[in-house]
Design a protein around this ligand. Structure first.
Ligand code: KE4
Length: 409
């Protein structure tokens, strides 16, 4: 396997050392193949908000697998998960299941282009939306507004349709719309960024994007692959009270099995084949096994008190970490929204990608290594989110803080 992994960020290249191979997981714990146990804060990059191998999820998947893994034909479970999603997201009347977040965002961009008959899209530096060619684009050098490929194999012409703006900088978006507004199909963003580390939208940013897109006829796409069902039952759009035109989901809605989704109003989704002409398909989209895992996860997540418990655990951990940073006299800052947070080693407030890049990633790597040595598994990259789950306990939070204190000192 390239780099020994099936997804680059697992390789530990960003933090050094050899990637840990996991043999099993249960609740808040994972065990590596050498038998070492860790308190897990990666949560498989977001999906495992209940913790690993949740008994109800395991039972649902066990029952489903005995009835077959994939029919290649519609089944009730797809309707059930679609219903949960449309009830949770008022801006979504109709939803299409895919097998990954990449497929969800790729399809959402195609849908925006199909609806507006426009080709250009706007994304933000530091936001990641999966690996579709025209989303693997970084800011052009200097003042150029058009992006340039961020990976070999992405043709320049694909990057030419992608414009780059700065997160939390409405002016950078207005500038693009002043120049090219009538050609822009959509603005796509993580409403709370997780992929530059956690960066929250500043006051008025999301509302501003809503106004700019509405007045120019472009669609607003929220990539809620991380934030959907993470920050609240209705994701970031519920938390911040700004409804996009198209919503992308993934991770939690699959409960650890491969699921992505994109959804919008009935009118917009009537463009999607076979209801409409915009083509998109997938052999395993909506398969009964992944649907079962997603349904069981979301049903349990909707139990009263779930989000309050997530908020309580996460605030205990982050408030404690901020106290330790202060008493240790370390130059660091923590960005938190709900049960997702990131520690940056910098004395600046991190409100965009430039500020995140300015943090000391070498210090982060050493911090990551200290935690790992002491049985705490953080995501192996500065530019990711740490996740608290419903299976973490207060005693685990306090032992995590003890390890962090020693590491920072
Ligand atoms: P997938 O294709 O990896 O299922 O989803 C792509 C995606 C889309 N949108 C957002 C906001 C995402 O965070 C992701 C995937 N996230 C990465 C890291 N945060 C997954 C980890 C990995 O790439 O291995």
């Amino acid at each position: 396997m390239p780099g020994g992994v099936n997804s680059p960020v697992r390789s530990f290249n960003a933090v050094g050392g050899t990637p840990v191979f996991i043999s099993r997981a249960q609740g808040s714990r994972v065990w590596d193949v050498d038998g070492n146990a860790y308190i897990d804060y990666m949560a498989s990059w977001g999906p495992l908000i209940l913790g690993h191998a949740d008994p109800e999820v395991v039972d649902a998947v066990r029952k489903a697998v005995a009835r077959g893994t994939s029919y290649g034909a519609p089944c009730e479970a797809e309707v059930e998960l679609a219903t949960i999603v449309t009830e949770a997201f008022p801006s979504v009347d109709v939803v299409r299941m895919t097998s990954s977040g990449t497929e969800a965002t790729m399809s959402a961009v195609r849908l925006a282009r199909a609806c507006t008959d426009r080709d250009l899209i706007v994304k933000f530096e530091g936001c990641y939306h999966g690996h579709a060619d025209y989303l693997l684009v970084k800011a052009g050098s200097g003042a150029t507004t058009f992006g340039q490929p961020s990976s070999p194999g992405v043709p320049k012409v694909f990057a030419d349709c992608t414009l780059l703006a700065k997160y939390n900088d409405l002016g950078s978006v207005e500038k693009l719309f002043d120049e090219l507004g009538e050609k822009i199909a959509c603005v796509i963003l993580e409403p709370v960024a997780g992929n530059m580390g956690v960066v929250a939208p500043t006051d008025g940013f999301l509302r501003g994007l809503r106004d700019i897109t509405r007045s120019s006829g472009a669609l607003l796409v929220f990539d809620e692959v991380i934030t959907g069902f993470r920050l609240s039952p209705g994701g970031a759009q519920e938390l911040y009270g700004v409804a996009p035109d198209i919503t992308c989901l993934g991770k939690i809605i699959g409960g650890g099995l491969p699921v992505g989704a994109y959804g919008a109003s009935r009118e917009i989704m009537s463009m999607v084949a076979p209801a409409g002409p915009m083509y998109q398909a997938g052999t395993l989209s909506g398969n009964p096994l992944a649907m079962a895992a997603g349904i069981a996860t979301l049903r349990k997540l909707h139990n009263p008190g779930s989000y309050e418990k997530l908020e309580d655990l996460a605030s205990q951990l982050v408030d404690g970490l901020r106290d330790i940073i202060k008493s240790a006299g370390v130059s660091a800052t923590v960005n938190r929204v709900g049960s997702m947070f990131t520690l940056f080693f910098t004395d600046r407030s991190v409100v965009d990608y430039d500020a995140a890049l300015n943090s000391d990633t070498n210090l982060f790597s050493r911090f990551f290594g200290r935690l790992l040595e002491n049985g705490i598994m953080f995501p192996p990259s500065q530019f990711e989110s740490v996740f608290v789950s419903l299976s973490h306990t207060e005693s685990e939070i306090s032992s995590t803080l003890d390890v962090m204190k020693k590491a920072l000192e």
